[in-house]
Design a protein around this ligand. Structure first.
Ligand code: NAP
Length: 316
């Protein structure tokens, strides 16, 4: 049954009020859904800080946004490469120095469908390292500021969590054996979701109710995700798909993450996204969440493994 909370058109940015006292951090906001989320928030006078890996692309994105919203638009960037724990630490230190409140940290950046196995500088399989460990560390380092702001953590997941192994391959988490672009991507997105659901539980049992953790996905949206990291074949298949109604615009793909950063009264253990055909397109609301995403023993173990891998202890 599609979620009808927000009416037949689902959640849309028309629900947003003035956001002029709010600050949103978005990872990977120079392109795709992250860029569109920045646009939508800026349109409502929010302050947006992007955390991007490319200085050049960031400067281009800031220039484009200032062109659209005027030179006073409150948008800036901090360089951060999620594939490097040192870079994440540097960026977090910079944020803690310069950004006094965080209403939401939107964990949006990702790479997908990397054709051959690659490792990050820290030796992690590239999708797990970038999508999960990088964000795990970033959220941990910024958590106090988010909590002091009564803010949110928004995890941008993927329906890909339903593909691949549907669990974490603890005996070979970096895919020394049996690497597949899609299975490794699916594991990384499942890991991000498990991080979010485990964080909710840890906060609830510690009685720390000031931070909301919301999980969403953009459905199938015409962004640069596959063209950035996918194989030539995948890029061609994706390009064909974008010509069909099975894929929506990047702007629509940003609605779930903007909703999760701003809308009150959302369910915690939930997955928000499009509720139309195959939950890949259409009105945004609460979608289906399959229980392997909150398999407690796996979530707990993944938390410990992630603390060990990143060298960061949350103290929760
Ligand atoms: N598009 C879809 O249909 C779809 C479906 C399911 C889930 N998602 C999820 O939606 C989110 C947004 O993706 P998108 O589709 O908008 O893709 P996108 O257009 O490729 O944007 C991804 C962003 O992440 C950045 N990024 C990649 N690696 C990074 C790193 N190491 N450090 C910092 N930033 C990095 C990219 O920077 P560069 O420009 O420098 O590459 C880009 O800004 C992702 O979490 C993705 O998994 C997308």
């Amino acid at each position: 049954m599609p979620d009808t909370t927000f009416g037949p058109n689902g959640w849309t940015p028309e629900r947003l009020g003035n956001l002029d006292n709010k600050t949103y951090l978005i990872t990977g906001a120079n392109a795709g859904a992250g860029f569109q989320a920045a646009r939508t928030l800026l349109k409502k006078n929010a302050k947006v800080v992007m955390l991007n890996r490319s200085v050049e692309k960031s400067q281009g994105a800031v220039a484009e946004l200032k062109k659209e919203f005027g030179s006073d638009a409150n948008v800036s960037f901090v360089r951060m490469d999620l594939a490097s724990l040192a870079s994440v630490r540097e960026a977090a230190a910079e944020i803690l120095k310069t950004v006094t409140r965080i209403d939401a940290l939107i964990c949006n950046a990702a790479i997908a469908q990397v054709p051959t196995r690659k490792l990050t500088v820290d030796g992690f399989e590239s999708q797990l390292g970038t999508n999960h460990y990088g964000h795990f560390l970033l959220c941990g380092l910024l958590f106090e500021r988010i909590e002091a702001s009564k803010g949110r953590v928004v995890v941008v997941a993927s329906l890909g969590y339903n593909m691949g192994l549907k669990t974490i391959k603890f005996d070979d988490i970096n895919w020394d054996k049996g690497y597949g672009p899609n299975t490794a991507y699916s594991q990384s997105k499942l890991a991000q979701m498990m991080f979010a659901y485990e964080l909710q539980e840890k906060l609830a049992s510690a009685g720390r109710a000031d931070v909301e953790v919301n999980v969403c996905h953009p459905g199938s949206s015409a962004t640069s995700l596959i063209s950035t990291s996918g194989s030539r074949t995948m890029r061609f298949i994706w390009w064909l798909m974008t010509k069909t109604p099975m894929v929506q615009t990047a702007e629509q793909g940003a609605y779930p993450e903007v909703m999760c950063a701003t809308e009150d009264g959302l369910e915690q253990r939930a997955l928000y996204g499009p509720t139309g055909r195959m939950e890949a397109v259409g009105p945004v609301g609460r979608g289906t969440l399959n229980p392997h995403a909150y398999d407690k023993p796996v979530m707990t173990k993944l938390w410990d493994v992630s603390e060990e891998a990143t060298g960061f202890t949350w103290g929760l």
